[in-house]
Each structure stands twice: as C-alpha cells, then as structure tokens.
Design a protein around this ligand. Sequence first.
Ligand code: NAD
Ligand code: UD1
Length: 336
Amino acid sequence: MSVLVTGGLGYLGSHAATQLSEEGNDVTIVDNLSNSSIETLERLNEISKNNIKFFEADIRDTDQLKYILKQNEIKSVMHFAGLKSVRKSEIEKKEYFDVNVNGTKTLVDLMENNIEGDKYFVFSSSACVYGKPSYLPYDEDHPLAPENYYGETKLEAEKYLKKTHTKKNKWNIVILRYFNPIGAHASSKIGELPLGKPENLMPNILNATSNNKQTLEIFGSDHETKDGTAVRDFIHVTDLIEGHKDALNFMINKPKEVFDVFNLGTGYGYSVLELIKTFEKVNNKKVNFKFSKKRDGDLAIYYAESKKAKKFLNWEAKLSLSDMCKSSWEFYKNYK
Ligand code: NAD
Ligand code: UD1
C-alpha cells in the first residue's frame, strides 16, 4: 500500500514511517523540517532497509502537495504534521491556526480533488480536546472544551474532517486522540528529538540525567494527586503507531465509509514522580530535578478510557512504563 506520512521526520511520524515501511508499504514523507532534521531520513532507511521517499515541503503548499499525491498514487494519509507546543500556541495563534487547521484543510481539499475513489485519512488529535475532566477516564463521548489554543486548533481540524465525511464522497476518516506518547523505536535509532529547548517531559528527563548538567523542573508539587505531581497516561510510541496501522486496516476492511474517533492511551495514570522513579530504576541513572510552580494551563490528572479502540480496532497498549523509560534512554545514549 502507498501511504503518505505528513510530518514523517518528526517524533511520531518517523516511527509511523518506519513501522509502515518495515511491513512492505510504500511510504512517502512530506515534512518542512520546522521541528526535525534530515538525518532522521537516513536512520529511517537504515532501520527499514527501504528507500522511503521524502519531499521537503509544507503541507500548505498546494502545488507541491498536488504533485506528490498524483506522482505517488496516494490514497492513504497519516497526517502528523503540526505544531504541538501548548505554550507557544497561546503566543503564536495565527501560525498555529494556519498550520494545524488550514494545513489540514488544504491537504483534505487536495485529496478530494486529486484522488479518485476511496480515500483513507488518519488524523493526529490530542486528549487536550476534552479540557477539564467532567469525569475520568475520558471516553470519546466526553464533552469537548479545550483549555488551550493548541487544543482549539485540534478540535477545529476534527470538525472540518467530520464535515468532509458528511458532505463528500468516499471518505474514510479516523481521528486518534493521543494521550502522552514517550519511548523510542527498538532500534534506538529514532526517538523524540525536537529542535531547540524541549517542552515535553521525557526529553527534559533525558537532559537531566546524572551525566548532564541540566536540572528537570517538575511543574507543581501541589496538584491534587497521590504525590502532588501531575498524573498522565504515558503510552509507548510503538504501541501508539500500531494503533494507526490498525485504524487504517479498520477503514480499509469496512464495506461502508467510516468516520470514527478513538482514544489511544493505556488507561492507566502515572505521576511525574512515578515516571522519574521508574526511569531511575530501570536505567540505573539519577535524574536531577527540582520542584517549581505549576505550569499555566496544566491539568492535575487525566487518563484514557481505552475500551473503544480495543473493541473496534482490536488494539491495546502492550508495552510497560519500564519499556518506555528504557527505550527512551537507549535512544538518547545513541544519539545525543
Ligand atoms: P513533532 O514536532 O516531532 O513532529 C511534527 C513534524 O511535522 C515535524 O517534523 C515538523 O517539521 C513537521 N511540520 C510541522 N509543520 C509542518 C508543515 N506546515 N508542513 C510540513 N511539515 C510540518 O511532533 P510529534 O510529537 O511527532 O507530533 C505529531 C502530531 O501529533 C502533531 O500533529 C501533534 O500535534 C500531535 N500530537 C502529539 C502529541 C505528543 O505528545 N507528541 C500528543 C498529541 C497529539
Ligand atoms: C500537552 C497537551 C497534549 C499535547 C502535548 C503535546 C494538554 C492538557 N495536554 O500534554 O494534548 O498533545 O502537550 O506537546 O494540554 N512537565 C514537567 N517538567 C517539564 C515538562 C513537563 O514537570 O519539563 C510535566 C507537565 O507539567 C505535565 C507532565 O509533565 O504535568 C507532562 O507534560 P508534557 O509532556 O508537556 O505533556 P502534557 O502537558 O501532558
């Protein structure tokens, strides 16, 4: 199968490209390198032993995108390209709307006009579309009320996809709402390697291990949780990407057009401190940390109800918190 992976040199997209290519799919990547580097492509080809096609392009560039869709006979797209910093989304609203919402619309409209017959689309959404929990675990029917602008852009893109499915022909769309992906590929050749100062938790833990001079700031010791630190549903990136492949197969095997939404999480919440303790134990490494005040907009606790994905996609997370910590460290040792 020929699959377009947008944002395919980024953290999650690179794992998708590898896992798809390893299974013999014909993978094409589009990435503008705004948060990734070209060296990742070499590593992807090394792991998959295939030649993954790469186009340095912006998803908003209609001419290039049209060419790529036609040239590679694309019918299936995993759409990872996007901007993901909650903090920056409040400051750079225009850019976030433009990439996350307009970029998605551009891609979908181009597919509509340039692909004949069935189209398959998997969208990277986020648990943050739910906002403050009315109840936990969040299921897919939980009210949608994002607490930050990043979440609003994801919700807006979801709404456009729903409209597309209702109004247009031969569209199959699965929206995946991710919880907190961490960990790295078993080869230790790819992992989370953002450009600039990382915002997410695991890259900051890695930078604060004992042979590094940095200190992890834990945002908040006074959350209403078991140990005062925030609780999240951490999920191994490999499991997360398996969920994408299952979503694609689910759509392809259905006789009727599909529109559906699934959480991808383990269903369990661990605190930031529990994650750090596990990391220290399995890697025999000390993490330097200090407590600082809560980060604006951070929720104390959330985790997924993951039964729907199990029932319809036959998917569930298999890898443990220890696996996530070990693989993150193995990757970091190799490439930092
Ligand atoms: P990432 O930043 O590592 O990867 C995104 C990739 O998209 C990067 O390689 C970047 O260069 C590329 N990109 C950005 N804007 C682009 C554009 N206009 N045109 C082409 N390429 C562009 O992020 P990630 O962690 O891999 O996340 C992938 C997707 O999943 C994003 O849409 C993100 O919002 C979503 N998501 C991520 C998380 C998470 O915790 N990592 C959680 C929920 C949802
Ligand atoms: C947030 C978004 C999520 C989004 C993701 C992508 C919300 C509710 N969630 O997840 O939808 O897809 O970002 O970037 O908006 N932490 C520290 N120190 C650090 C970094 C993080 O203590 O240096 C803490 C945070 O306060 C948080 C937890 O670790 O409690 C996880 O943080 P992070 O990895 O940034 O993800 P979320 O904020 O959960």
